[in-house]
Design a protein around this ligand. Structure first.
Ligand code: UDP
Ligand code: MG
Length: 346
C-alpha cells in the first residue's frame, strides 16, 4: 500500500449547516496542493442531521471517510478518534465550522517544508464574531496556563495545525483520558513553528463550547500540565505558620500586659477564611484525584459505532471500533437512507 500523503481530520458536533460548505472548501484546498488525500470526518454524537449528511458525502466522494462515534465524547476525544484512525503522512487538524480557513493549507505545507518542521500550528491574530467575553477569557487562560505549565504551550493557538506522521505517532503514544491536545502536541517536541491567521466567524450554527465546557478544558489543561496548584497548598500553609507565630506573640504580650483581647469579628473572619481556603485546596486535590481515578480505569478513549467510506486496515490504538465498523466499503449513493436514522453499514 502506498502511503497516503495527506489526511484532513475534522471533529463535528451538530454541524449540519457547515458540512457541505466544509467539504467543498476542503476539497478545493486539498486539490490545490495536488496529491492524494483523505478527509476524515468524525461525528461526535450529533443531535441534528450531521451523520446523514456525512454518509451522503462519503457515498459521493471516495476520498471522504465518515466515522460515527457511539455518543458525544467531547471535542478532544472526537479529534483523538480521527487522529487515531487516519492514515496520512501529514495530518491537518481543522474545525468543522470554517472558523479556521482551509485555504491556509498550501501555506502550512510550504512552511513545514521550508522550516523542516514536524508541526506547523496556526496562531490566531484576530478573532471575528466571538464575544468580548470569550476572547477575554481565552486570552487570560492561555497566559495563565503558560505560567503554570512545565512545558511551553504556544499562546492563542487552538487545534488548527499541520502535523507530520512521526509527531502524530508520538502524540498517539500518550494514553491519557483527560486530553488537552494542543498542550500534548507541545509536549511531544520536535520542531514546531507558528503561522499567523485571522479567525473567521462561524459559517453556521452556534458554538459548542459553552462556559462549562471551557472551564473543563481549562482544568484538564492545568491538571494535565502542571502540579503547581498542589504545591500552592503547602506554600500557603507555610505562610500561615509564620502568621500564627506572629499572632501567638501578640496574644502572649497582650496576656502578660494584662489586657483582655476581644474580637468576635476577627475570630469569625479567621474561621471563615481558613474554612474557604481549606475547601478550595480540597477541591483542587479532588480535581487531580478524580482524574487519577478516571485514568486508573484505563477505558478506551472513544467508541466507534460505524465507519462509512474508504475501507482498509485503519490503525486503532486508543479506542474501540465496533465489529460492523471495521472494513466497511464505500456505500453506493443509492443506498444512502434519505434522512432516516443511522444504521450500521454491513
Ligand atoms: N466539537 C465536537 N464535539 C463537541 C463539541 C465540539 O466535535 O462536543 C467540534 C465542533 O463541531 C467544531 C470544533 O469541535 O468542529 C470546535 O467547536 P466550536 O466551534 O463549537 O468551538 P469554538 O470554536 O466556539 O471554540
Ligand atoms: Mg468554532
Amino acid at each position: 500500500m502506498t502511503a497516503l500523503p495527506l489526511s484532513i481530520v475534522v471533529p463535528c458536533f451538530n454541524e449540519e449547516g457547515c458540512l457541505r460548505e466544509l467539504h467543498v472548501r476542503l476539497t478545493r484546498a486539498a486539490a490545490s496542493v495536488g496529491g492524494d488525500y483523505e478527509i476524515v470526518l468524525i461525528n461526535d454524537g450529533s443531535r441534528d442531521r450531521t451523520w446523514e449528511i456525512m454518509r451522503e458525502l462519503a457515498a459521493s466522494d471516495p476520498r471522504l471517510v465518515a466515522i460515527n462515534l457511539s455518543r458525544n465524547h467531547g471535542h478532544q476525544l472526537a479529534l483523538t478518534a480521527g487522529l487515531d484512525l487516519c492514515a496520512g503522512e501529514r495530518i491537518l487538524i481543522i474545525d468543522a465550522d470554517l472558523q479556521d480557513p482551509p485555504e491556509l493549507l498550501p501555506e502550512m505545507l510550504a512552511e513545514m517544508d521550508r522550516a523542516e518542521a514536524d508541526v506547523v500550528y496556526a496562531v490566531r491574530r484576530a478573532r471575528a464574531g466571538e464575544t468580548a467575553f470569550k476572547r477575554g477569557t481565552a486570552k487570560a487562560f492561555y497566559r495563565i496556563l503558560s505560567r503554570l505549565a512545565d512545558i511551553e504551550i504556544p499562546l492563542d493557538t487552538g487545534d488548527f495545525r499541520l502535523m507530520s506522521r512521526r509527531a502524530l505517532d508520538a502524540l498517539l503514544s500518550l494514553p491519557e483520558q483527560a486530553r488537552f491536545i494542543r498542550g500534548m502536541v507541545a509536549w511531544v517536541g520536535f520542531r514546531q513553528v507558528p503561522i499567523a491567521y485571522d479567525r473567521a466567524e462561524r459559517h453556521a450554527g452556534q458554538t459548542n463550547y459553552p462556559l462549562s465546557r471551557m472551564m473543563r478544558l481549562a482544568l484538564d489543561a492545568v491538571t494535565g500540565f502542571s502540579t503547581a496548584p498542589l504545591r500552592w497548598a503547602s506554600h500557603f500553609g507555610l505562610w500561615l505558620v509564620a502568621a500564627s507565630v506572629l499572632l501567638l506573640a501578640y496574644i502572649a504580650i497582650s496576656f502578660l500586659s494584662g489586657s483582655v483581647i476581644q474580637g468576635w469579628t476577627s475570630l469569625m473572619l479567621v474561621v471563615v477564611v481558613l474554612g474557604a481556603v481549606q475547601m478550595f485546596v480540597l477541591g483542587m486535590i479532588g480535581e487531580y484525584l478524580g482524574r487519577l481515578y478516571i485514568e486508573a480505569k484505563r477505558r478506551p478513549l472513544y467508541i466507534v459505532s460505524e465507519i462509512a467510506g474508504r475501507a482498509g486496515g485503519r490503525p486503532n490504538r486508543l479506542g474501540h471500533v465496533a465489529q460492523e465498523a471495521e472494513g466497511t466499503e464505500t456505500i453506493a449513493a443509492s443506498e444512502t437512507p434519505g434522512g432516516s436514522g443511522s444504521r450500521p453499514i454491513a
